[in-house]
Write a protein of this length. Structure first.
Lengths: 716, 216
């Protein structure tokens, strides 16, 4: 009989779907959790970077002699030598390792570098100023947009956009590298435990003075990490340099980015700006869409936003341009390209609805058939409308009540894939009753460790506290990088299969004691029993039957025999309720709600945390965040946390999350890191429009922009 | 974000009540911040400033979680770097290194302090409380317990600072409203977006610390 790996039916689940607290919670609240930044090894040196002060320059001379003469300076690694072109402020030039952080900083100041300064472009909102930096990126047409626009009853054309923002991980990028003999141990703050070892080996092997380094020599250890959001997939220049310094000095070396470097070179979500034109029939039926958008991801192109988003009118023409700017390179940011697409799409649809004297909710419902999953969205819109009180709160654009505080609501919809990544897991059951899941995955704070523990516990019929999860080490079975909402599906599938196989081995060892076939045994509520009846052994007693032997199961995602425990493709909606002070321009959050489906939910509490976190990050970029560059000097003006603004605890208002549970359990597990991160900006921007009756064209919706929009609209 | 603005708008009673503000923080920093601190130096502190030490390492003693630690540090070393790099207290995190985000929060003489912006040498003779000293063995402080219960943490990098800021806040505000919690903890930043859990954790901990009596 083929082994059945399916998730237990709803009535048979004792752990999955519950609200287990995160397993590493106690370590995190007590300070016991050791991050890469916290790692201290005997004899460890501290390294710091020297970076480019110019947005575009060529290095003409590097003089490190004064730095190297400082007592306690142990090594210098040149990353960009004389003659190298530097294309953004913060480009890594060299790293210096010293006995202490203080000495390393002294050394950085003592390095002398001469530059030939070259022309730069750092701003991209006005494409007219970008000249030859603009390149066509994509162009596609479906149907006959020109004819459709000509036949439309209403056409709206507007400008929308959002600037580049930075990840601002609280634990900056970096690592400790301990290169000893042939072994290189990297304690890294990474989203890719199973990948950056090979990345490092490849990069080191390019250096002739080092020679060939095998990925097998590199071990990556990451028990916890302080935030990534898509920015920590690579070993990065500083990781390679850190390793070289460790080899050169024969000592472990720590190199963590400073805060300004973190914001300049280690984080960047591309901007997106564009002219959007939409046309509809009188009843709101969308007929045509045309967009000319542009974006910058630094000096290289970064792909186009998926326009028209979620609800494509039958006739559309979508053109995207790429603008090369001398700014820190783009990195993946939760749901790459989707948040931008949501802002560009739902802003225009909301404004079109206004032109038709329609509630945008009605316009979306009217066109719900244009989406890939009409039933899901229709249901989610209804739930969301109830949660925020849409019927009572929505009014035609411009709150007509007296006084300076204007209130409004706005909405947005989104989609994401989130297919499970490749994952391998080993589950071992020991004679003392210990059950361990081992896999080379990582927990970004999303709860991966806890989810693995819950799947293992569910399978063994044990409480979560009774099982052990070992992750965060590249010596464990390889599991995918954590990005694109692929982790939960990947690790839960491989863990489930490994756990079922390990349990079968245990059952085989226990079956003779009952005198029955192994397949009649059931693991539930801490017992191994015959068919769930009175003939039973406690888990520990059952495991003792293994004698001196441990049993193991291995699980893979995908499994070569097929079988599906995880899926991809979800929908979600979000709605915002804001107040705008038209005298000061300050926007404050009253409420933000999310309705989200994601298949089978393993941990309701952690799933809700993922959604809440996405929404709060969304409040940050809707209202505050922007990498501010100065074209005159090429400088990044706010590469710190004083002026690169994030929301504080008092800025978020009330938040509500509704997870669709039960309806889609049969689809299996689907990732949740990206979907809810897409809609907040569009929903909040639309709520501001509803409140004040004029469109603030770009995010973040800062007070100056609100006042400017009011003045332009003749409302001030 | 607007948190700092809100804070400046508070009256003095509110500042004392919350036990934390940028101004009291700067006063605490005193000699460490040169020009900034000069205006608020007490006479006693001004006298002390005449005693010149460094720039080489200076022997000093720091009382951390009730235990004295002898260290030899350059006077420029911050309390945060002393804790993290020269002693084995890595619970306080280095994030902004500029008194903005609160990840380095420790409690000094009962007040929450950004350890990145206080010199170690200034912390001599004071009671320094770090996250490592908050739980009694396996017995978590109620703030810690409710951070876990309400999932007021994700990556966890802001968590030790947030927990200590919350503890110091509750020491002076035993029965806060949600609005007071938001105002009192506006000096700590989380990037993962855990504020909903944090708010509830502080309210729940307040309830337990008051003996389970509900004040709402």
């Amino acid at each position: 009989m083929a082994t059945n790996y399916d998730w237990p039916a709803a009535g048979d689940r004792s752990v999955i779907g519950g609200i287990t607290n995160r397993l590493d919670g106690p370590d995190k609240v007590t300070g016991r959790a050791i991050y890469a930044y916290d790692r201290a090894l005997p004899g460890m040196l501290t390294a710091r970077l020297v970076t480019s002060p110019h947005a575009h320059a060529r290095i003409t001379k590097i003089d490190t002699s004064a730095a190297e003469a400082i007592k306690g300076v142990r090594g210098v690694d040149i990353i960009k030598g004389e003659g190298a072109e530097l294309q953004w402020v913060g480009t890594e030039i060299l790293a210096v390792a010293a006995d202490s952080e203080e000495i390393a900083r002294d050394a950085v100041l003592a390095v002398k570098i001469d530059y030939e300064v070259l022309p730069h472009l750092v701003k991209d909102e006005n494409i007219e100023n970008a000249g030859s930096a603009v390149k066509p990126a994509s162009d596609k047409t479906e149907g006959d947009p020109d004819t459709a626009f000509a036949q439309a009853d209403a056409v709206h054309e507007g400008f929308y956009g959002l600037p580049s923002i930075t990840h601002c991980c609280l634990e900056s990028h970096g690592q400790v590298v301990d290169w000893s003999g042939d072994e290189i141990i990297v304690y890294a703050s990474t989203q890719a435990v199973g990948r950056i070892g090979a990345d490092l080996a490849k990069n080191l092997s390019r250096d002739e003075s080092i020679g060939n380094v095998s990925p097998n020599q590199v071990r990556v250890i990451t028990p916890v990490m302080g935030g990534g959001f898509g920015s920590k997939f690579a070993i990065d220049t500083w990781g390679v340099s850190c390793a070289k310094l460790s080899k050169k000095t024969g000592r472990p070396v720590k190199l963590m980015l400073d805060r300004d470097e973190e914001l300049q070179i280690a984080g960047g979500r591309p901007s997106d700006y564009g002219k959007i034109k939409v046309g509809a029939k009188k009843d709101g039926t969308l007929v045509a869409y045309e967009s000319e958008t542009w974006s910058s991801g630094g000096v290289t192109s970064r792909g186009a936003p998926p326009l028209p988003y979620v609800m494509p009118p039958p006739n559309h023409k979508v053109r995207h341009l790429s603008v090369a700017t001398n700014t820190g390179p783009a990195r993946a940011w939760r749901a790459p390209n989707h948040p931008q697409a949501a802002v560009l799409t739902w802003g225009a649809y909301t404004d079109l609805a206004a032109k038709l004297d329609m509630d945008p909710m009605d316009l979306l419902l009217k066109n719900i058939g244009l989406t890939a999953r009409p039933d899901v969205y229709r249901k989610e819109l209804a739930i969301g409308a109830d949660m925020i009180g849409w019927k009572n709160k929505w009014h035609p654009p411009g709150d007509k009540t007296a006084g300076p505080i204007k209130r409004g609501v706005g909405l947005s919809m989104h989609t994401w894939g989130g297919r499970p990544h490749d994952s391998n897991c080993e589950v071992t059951i020991h004679p003392d009753g210990t059950a361990v899941a081992t896999l080379g995955s990582q927990d970004l704070g999303s709860g991966t460790r806890t989810v693995i523990g819950m799947v293992l516990a569910e399978t063994m019929g044990l409480p979560v506290e009774a099982v052990t999860v070992e992750i965060g080490d590249s010596n464990y079975p390889n599991s995918g990088a954590s990005g694109g909402s692929t982790t939960v599906g990947g690790v839960s599938s491989s863990t489930r299969r490994a756990a079922v196989d390990a349990l079968e081995e245990l059952k085989k060892a226990v079956a003779p004691a009952f005198g029955v076939d192994a397949d009649r045994l059931v693991a539930k509520d801490g017992y191994i029993s015959v068919g769930g009846g009175d003939q039973r052994l406690s888990w520990k007693a059952a495991c003792r039957k293994l004698g001196a032997r441990s049993v193991m199961g291995t699980g893979k995602q995908p499994d070569r025999n097929g079988g599906k425990l995880a899926d991809s493709g979800v929908g979600g909606v979000q709605m915002a309720d804001v107040s705008v002070d038209i005298e000061t321009g300050v926007v404050s959050m009253n409420k933000l709600i999310a309705v989200q489906d994601c298949g089978l939910i393993i941990n309701k509490k952690l799933a809700e945390s993922q959604v809440l976190g996405s929404m709060i990050m969304g409040v940050c970029w809707a209202l505050y965040e922007e990498r501010v560059y100065d074209q005159a000097t090429g400088q990044y003006l706010n590469a710190d946390m004083e002026f690169y603004k994030l929301a504080g605890i008092g800025d978020i208002g009330e938040l509500g999350v509704h997870m669709i549970m039960g309806d889609y359990d049969d689809r299996g597990v689907i990732g949740l890191g990206e979907p809810p991160a897409i809609s907040p900006g569009a929903a909040i921007g639309n709520a501001v429009f509803n409140a004040i009756g004029v469109r603030v064209p770009t995010l973040p919706v800062t007070p100056d922009k609100v006042l400017a929009a009011l003045e332009k609209g003749g409302m001030a | 974000m607007s948190s700092n603005k809100t804070n400046e708008g508070q009256d003095k009673t509110q500042q004392r009540k919350n036990g934390f503000s940028r101004r009291t923080f700067m006063q605490g920093v005193g000699v460490g911040t040169g020009a900034v601190g000069a205006g608020v130096l007490t006479q006693e502190q001004a006298h002390a400033a005449h005693h010149v030490v460094g720039p080489g390492p200076v022997s000093m003693s720091l009382r951390i979680n009730g235990k004295a630690h002898k260290v030899s540090l350059e006077p420029r070393v911050t309390l945060l770097d002393a804790l993290r790099n020269h002693l084995d207290y890595t619970g306080a995190k280095k994030v902004c290194d500029r008194a903005t985000c609160g990840a380095c929060t420790v409690i000094v003489d009962g007040n929450p302090v950004y350890a990145c912006s206080m010199l170690a040498i200034e912390a001599q003779g004071r009671d320094i409380e770090t996250i490592e000293g908050l739980a009694s063995g396996d017995q978590l402080h109620p703030v810690q317990k409710y951070f876990i219960e309400n999932d007021g943490q994700q990556c966890g990098f802001c968590t030790p600072g947030f927990v200590l800021a919350s503890k110091a806040f509750l020491d002076k505000n035993s029965n806060p409203t949600m609005a007071e919690v938001e105002k009192g903890l506006c000096g700590n930043i989380c990037r993962c977006g855990t504020y909903v859990g944090v708010r509830q954790a502080v309210l729940d901990a307040a309830g337990e610390l008051r003996g389970g009596a509900s004040g709402d």
